[in-house]
Design a protein around this ligand. Structure first.
Ligand SMILES: Cc1cc2nc3c(=O)[nH]c(=O)nc-3n(C[C@H](O)[C@H](O)[C@H](O)COP(=O)(O)OP(=O)(O)OC[C@H]3O[C@@H](n4cnc5c(N)ncnc54)[C@H](O)[C@@H]3O)c2cc1C
Length: 542
């Protein structure tokens, strides 16, 4: 191994970019960041509305689930990032952190309570609007409000309030429930990805090397210690040595996949695909959780959304407007409003999230209306079902077998359907009447729970929030300890969304970035940031 670094980070995604920045703050250490995807040069990555292209193939692995047994064996598309910045470069830019009770409920994870992780959310953040116990500014990650919301967003807020769902100015603040404008990972009308926020400003650091289009194929072990990685670059295999640690941040599918390719994982499974077992750790690749999305699409009574902008003449003008003035449809991430509410009335904190889509067919596989449409997604936030990610073969190039196991638990199916009904009810309120011509999906004829189940089996899609496959904890099935060290192997940590023991009740990018921030202090052996002490007597969490 002729090349040597102190730290090797595998995966230049949301968490990996944060780690690369924070670790290379120390001039005395050398850091290598390895990313399988390309650099984030394409202009679509910068434009907020570029998101509409992302689930359709740009910057992603092109993976699918295995047939979903509890959804009539449907195979679902599962877009995951393959580009510098990872999910933060291709996502819908919604900045939500979940509920305090999520973190306080991470059993066996000392140091990860809400007040402790809040300090890291704040360290990351450069919030355009809020500075208080929950928010801060001056951090690397731009967090902004939508630039020019459409009138239909206000009508949606009124409709929700007609149903008793309150308006909420800040779903990341003292209360999560309610509808409102989302904070977005944007700065100056451009996406603020982990790559643009954490890597671009430090390009001149001599002690950080970033290698894109470089797939890591194996972690190299010597006597139960990770000593480096094997990479595939330009069709050639090379070994690189890590003097201090190998840090895996390859995402909820990439991290367990790489560990298993390296012989670290459930022994029976590894043997079944012909991988020599180096360390039997049964929890790897299990505990997969995701948010499943069921949506309502209505046709609008006029041009109330951006669907028509997709027509080429209009899109050319919208592009010009964006480049000249940094506003207009291209400055919209298309999912700028949403909210949190209860589908199970006994839930202690919100269990449903809504996303209002300013059009139809925004994401791959979702129907586009002939006339302008509007979409209201509903996602059940705390599924009980647990899935898995496994190797299809020993070949590192092979796609993993992704099994979210959606609706394995009847409760998940029930609450998903209740959430869909709530979304549908919002769309039927008086305040939205002037905007909406008719519901097209599921369609008014789909009236019973069986009808809605059937609709879900055909149309539900992932919210792109896989987590949990290298779960943190202190029990036998845990993969990493609360300081993110892989159990049983020295010099190896996992530092990304895969370590969440239970999925947070919101989108997952903010949490992945927080994990990167906290991981960097753990790796550097620094004192953790002090837990946030609230200045006023605010209600926190459930
Ligand atoms: C289409 C989409 C929309 C989303 N919308 C939102 C949203 O609006 N708001 C939100 O909060 N969250 C959203 N998410 C989820 C959020 O972006 C992710 O939870 C977050 O990015 C996960 O961060 P991570 O660091 O764990 O993994 P990732 O960001 O996925 O990073 C993993 C990186 O590792 C690389 N990698 C994998 N294997 C290897 C290997 N062997 N060698 C080298 N590199 C490797 C991958 O290419 C990838 O770049 C969305 C995700 C997607 C895909």
């Amino acid at each position: 191994m002729t090349q040597t670094y102190d730290y090797i980070i595998v995966g230049g995604g949301s968490a990996g970019c944060v780690l690369a920045n924070r670790l290379s703050e120390d001039e005395d250490v050398s850091v290598l960041l390895l990313e399988a995807g390309g650099r984030d040069w394409h202009p679509f990555y910068r434009m907020p509305a570029g998101f509409a292209k992302m689930t359709k193939g740009i910057g992603s692995w092109g993976w699918h689930t295995v047939p979903q047994r509890h959804m009539k064996n449907r195979i679902l598309r599962f877009t995951q990032a393959k580009v510098l910045g990872g999910g933060s470069t291709i996502n819908a830019q919604i900045y939500t952190r979940g509920n305090p009770a999520d973190y306080d409920g991470w059993v066996g994870c000392k140091g990860w309570s809400y007040r402790e992780v809040l300090a890291y959310f704040k360290r990351a953040e450069d919030n355009q609007r809020f500075v208080n116990d929950y928010h801060s500014y001056g951090g690397p990650l731009g967090v902004s409000m939508p630039i020019a919301p459409l009138p239909i967003c206000d009508a949606y807020f009124r409709a929700a309030q007609e149903m008793g769902i309150p308006y909420n100015d800040d779903v990341n603040g003292a209360r999560q429930e309610g509808v409102g404008f989302y904070q977005l990972t944007q700065r100056n009308a451009q996406r603020s990805s982990a790559a643009s926020a954490y890597l671009a400003p430090i390009r001149s650091r001599k002690n950080l090397a970033v290698r894109a289009k470089t797939m890591t194929t194996r972690i190299l072990l010597e006597n139960s210690r990770a000593v480096g990685v094997e990479i595939l670059e330009n069709n050639a295999t090379t070994a690189i040595r890590a003097e201090r640690e190998v840090l895996i941040a390859a995402g909820a599918f990439g991290s367990p996949k790489l560990l298993m390719q390296s012989g670290i994982g459930p022994a029976d499974h590894l043997k079944s695909v012909g991988v020599a077992v180096a360390h039997d750790l049964p929890g790897i690749g299990g505990n997969l959780q995701d948010h499943l999305d069921l949506f309502v699409i209505a046709e609008c009574a006029g041009e109330h959304t951006y669907d028509n902008v997709a027509k080429w003449r209009r899109s050319a003008w919208a592009g010009l407007q964006y480049f000249l003035f940094k506003n207009g449809p291209v400055a919209s991430s298309l999912f700028e409003t949403g909210g949190f509410w209860y589908a199970d009335k006994t839930a202690r904190w919100p269990d449903i999230q809504f996303h209002l889509g300013l059009g139809s067919g925004i994401e791959a596989g979702v129907a586009r209306m002939r006339n302008p449409g509007v979409t209201l997604n509903s996602a059940f936030l705390r599924p009980l079902s647990r899935g898995s990610v496994r190797l299809a073969s020993a070949d590192p190039q092979a796609a993993p077998l992704i099994d979210p196991n959606y609706w394995a638990e009847p409760y998940d199916r029930k609450i998903s359907i209740e959430g869909l009904k709530l979304a549908r009810d919002i769309m039927r309120q008086k305040a939205l009447k002037p905007f909406i011509l008719a519901e097209r999906l599921p369609g008014p004829e789909k009236a019973t729970d069986d009808d809605l189940f059937d609709y879900g089996c055909r149309h539900a899609k992932t919210d792109h929030h896989p987590v949990g496959t290298c779960r943190m904890g202190n029990d036998e099935l845990a993969v990493v300890t609360p300081d993110l060290k892989l159990r049983g192997i020295e010099g190896l940590r996992v530092c990304d969304a895969s370590v969440m023991p239970r999925i947070v009740s919101s989108n997952t990018n903010a949490a992945a970035i927080m994990i990167g921030e906290k991981a960097s202090d753990l790796v550097r052996g620094r004192e953790p940031l002090p837990a946030v002490v609230f200045s006023t007597n605010q209600r926190v969490g459930a």
